[in-house]
Design a protein around this ligand. Structure first.
Ligand code: CA
Length: 758
């Protein structure tokens, strides 16, 4: 018996040591990307304190509400701790409110109350944030659930301690209920994308009695317990002893004040701050552990898990669970409360590339719910979203909802109304939408001529043509799978070749084309925007995701295409910004990375390196992919190389570190690069494990000499989704010099539409 008793604490200790070692969330640095501004984006992120895909995120605020650069690493003062829903500074925030503690004289004004703080006394983790406000001698801690949060304020001895709840401007209300130690209210701030009745209802419950209360309404401070106006703030005050802790439990709802109370009860209830924090940590670790690295430096691991965290934030869950446990959502499209899932805050132009494919691989259940949400968005608005925040927003180009839907469905994800989604996709192929980003802007020209002309007043016409053509290839595959009429399949197969209509063989570049068939002139391949979107022809010429072989045919063969791809990295980074009238930040990010015309900081070219797999020269891609991972990604505040964009730039790293990338969602293939770690083990939702190992990996051994799949030599330059789902072992033999014979035969190349009939 004595022996047993003494063994128990030993085992517990061992377990503790083990769990401490494997808390992957500790490797995540949410401050990566925050050393950014309008002129230069090293990520343009803010530290999102949240659960994966949470309905609400929380962030410390160094800037005022009107400034979308919420948290800038170089700033030295904090003015609030904000519930945020911002997907990108270029779109802005909505439905935000903040909490802020003070001591001494009450200062309500957002610009005057800001307190000095330091990164030296700050902890930022996905599930937990801590900062010390030196002006007030108060420590603030935050931890989050999907729709709620807990705050822990540690006050000094003070006869006048305060907590402010700033519901911000553009319409808000606050109400203080001292008997219940509660503040309720709503905020309505937004920049668009919502119906007239849009509200974010919040409830905040404190564990300390208030001795005084006040409200502030449009600059007037009164003792009223209720304020409703453009900009309102609630203030509660009390005395505190040295080190006294005051807890606040916060929740919100887009549906109703009652639902906000329900969200608070359901997600926090009687839990302490530490319990909520432990739950949040466990929730992150559960997801992070499903992609388990071995080997790699400490910094590579920090970079990897930070990227994985960013890949799992957007699109956010915009649904709530009602009193009878049904999934319901407030529709940002028609203002009604309706059954079913809805997700938002996403630009598909960015995320179709690698974020959505990541979900199909690692989170098929989530992917299914997102697809159901798309069907709901179509029901509620008549259109599929392309850039939602929370409703449709006019931003970017393309028809990429078709890509996300096709990729999910063809990868076997079910549980949603594919018939309805296909109907929505077909509608897009024949109609312009109420906003240029919805439906297909320029569709009549596209369908008649096979391209959108340069000279008919539709901006970024060639980029639109290229993205529609890829979407049409996706639709042709989905149509086939759904058993649609042959005429329909043929129509989309024909349109899938429309990329060739904007290719000019005289310059071997994609180029704007006029209505009469002549090409736009004069032509500069380094002109940003104009016929293209946030890039030049150097970047958009490769936008033939479904048919690299077809592009090679247009260019005069694979050798010529490979030479042009080589030039991408060696050509001086000249540029013409006349379309934008200024050097947009994406141009600057290309210039400073010293990789020629290659502009990894923006999405159009992010698949480009992997095209070497289609040209029989995979070693060049292996080299470049490691260059990008090593140079352009770090675990530091300036550790990204352009807008992070809803997880896309991070998902590029996550996939690339695994050793493959989904160049063309819809094909069910992932093109090989060069894995970063000695081993990564994926634990799939179906319970199987897929191991990617590269035992000899090092900073010198970046080339792939040989690959085996389940111990058999594997000659392909890609792996199929279905082979990963089976579980198994993919092994890369890494060497310091290129193997110039592996992966050089047509049979090894990933999918190209033009090779289907080879
Ligand atoms: Ca971007």
């Amino acid at each position: 018996m004595v022996l047993l008793v003494s063994l128990v604490p030993l085992t517990t200790l061992a377990q503790k040591a083990k769990s401490a070692k494997t808390s992957l969330v500790e490797l995540v640095n949410p401050l990566v990307g925050t050393d950014s501004d309008r002129a230069l984006s090293n990520g343009n992120t803010y530290p999102a304190i949240a659960l994966p895909w949470g309905m609400n995120f929380w962030t410390p605020q160094t800037n005022q509400m009107e400034n979308s650069w919420t948290y800038m690493y170089d700033d030295v003062k904090l003015r609030g701790f904000k519930q945020t829903h911002q997907p990108s500074p270029w779109i802005g925030d909505y439905a935000a409110f903040s909490l802020f503690p003070e001591t001494g004289e009450l200062i309500v004004d957002e610009n005057k109350r800001a307190s000095w703080f330091s990164h030296k006394a700050e902890i930022a983790k996905p599930h937990y944030y801590k900062a010390y406000l030196s002006n007030y001698d108060v420590t603030v801690e935050i931890t989050a659930t999907e729709r709620a949060a807990q705050f822990r304020f540690t006050f000094p001895e003070s006869g006048a301690s305060h907590i402010l709840v700033d519901a911000f401007n553009k319409g808000s209300m606050v109400k203080i209920s001292p008997q219940e130690r509660k503040i309720t209210g709503y905020c309505r701030n937004k920049d668009g994308g919502v119906p007239e009745n849009f509200h974010n209802y919040f409830v905040i419950v404190f564990d300390k009695e208030f001795t005084e209360l006040a409200t502030w309404k449009d600059s007037i401070l009164t003792n009223n317990a209720l304020a409703e106006g453009n900009h309102t703030v609630a203030i509660i005050s009390f005395k505190t002893n040295k080190g006294e802790v005051v807890n606040a439990k916060v929740a919100s709802s887009f549906i109703s004040p009652e639902q906000a109370e329900l969200n608070l009860e359901r997600e926090i209830g009687q839990n302490t701050f530490d319990q909520t924090k432990a739950n949040a940590e466990a929730a992150w670790n559960k997801e992070l552990e499903r992609v388990k690295t071995e080997g790699g430096t400490f910094d590579q691991n920090r970079t990897f898990y930070t990227a994985l965290y960013r890949t799992m934030l957007f699109p956010r869950k915009f649904y709530e669970i009602d009193a009878v446990n049904k999934v319901v959502h407030y529709s940002p499209y028609n203002g009604k409360v309706l059954p079913g899932y809805l997700f938002t805050d996403n630009g598909f132009w960015d995320t179709f590339r690698a974020v959505f494919p990541f979900f199909t691989l690692m989170h098929p259940s989530l992917s299914s719910q997102i697809m159901e949400g798309l069907a709901n968005a179509y029901d509620e608005s008549g259109w599929l979203p392309e850039w939602a925040s929370p409703g449709h927003r006019s931003c970017m180009i393309g028809s990429n909802s078709a890509v996300n839907i096709t990729d999910a469905y063809l990868k076997g994800i079910r549980g949603f109304d594919i018939g309805k989604l296909y109907e929505a996709i077909l509608k897009n192929t024949e109609n312009e939408g109420p906003l240029h980003s919805v439906g297909r802007y320029g569709v009549k020209y596209y369908n008649q001529l096979g391209y959108i002309p340069y000279n008919v007043g539709i901006k970024e016409n060639t980029a639109r043509t290229l993205e529609y053509a890829y979407a049409d290839w996706c639709i042709s595959k989905l149509a086939k799978d759904l058993g649609r009429p042959q005429e329909e399949i043929n129509r989309f197969e024909k349109r899938a070749m429309n990329y060739s209509n904007v290719f000019d063989p005289s310059v071997n570049f994609m180029r704007g084309r006029n209505e009469d068939g002549t090409f736009q002139s004069p032509f500069r391949p380094d002109k940003w925007g104009d016929a293209f979107t946030e890039g030049s022809s150097w970047h958009w010429t490769w936008c033939v995701l479904h048919d690299p072989q077809g592009l090679a045919n247009l260019m005069g063969g694979r050798e010529k295409m490979a030479a042009r791809l080589d030039e991408l990295f060696t050509t001086a980074p000249t540029f013409d910004y006349s379309y934008y009238k200024r050097q947009i930040h994406e141009i600057t990010e290309m210039l400073i990375s010293n990789m020629g015309q290659y502009a990894h900081g923006n999405q159009p070219i992010q698949h480009g390196i992997y095209f070497y797999d289609y040209l029989g020269q995979p070693w060049k891609g292996q080299y470049q992919v490691r260059q990008v991972m090593d140079k352009l990604y770090t675990p530091n505040p300036d550790g990204l190389c352009g807008d992070e964009d809803n997880g896309q730039t991070s998902a590029w790293y996550v996939f690339s570190a695994m050793g493959f990338y989904p160049v063309a969602p819809g094909t069910g293939e992932y093109a090989f690069g060069s894995p970063l770690f000695k081993k990564i083990t994926l634990t799939l939702e179906n319970g199987k494990q897929f191991e990617i190992s590269a035992p000899a990996n090092s900073s010198e051994n970046v080339y792939v000499n040989k690959v085996t799949l389940n111990c058999k030599v594997y000659d392909k330059n890609y792996i199929r989704h279905i082979d990963i789902l089976k579980g198994g072992k993919l092994k890369f033999e890494m060497t310091p010099s290129a193997n110039l014979s592996r992966g050089t035969l047509l049979e090894s190349f990933p999918y190209s539409f033009s090779n289907e009939t080879k």
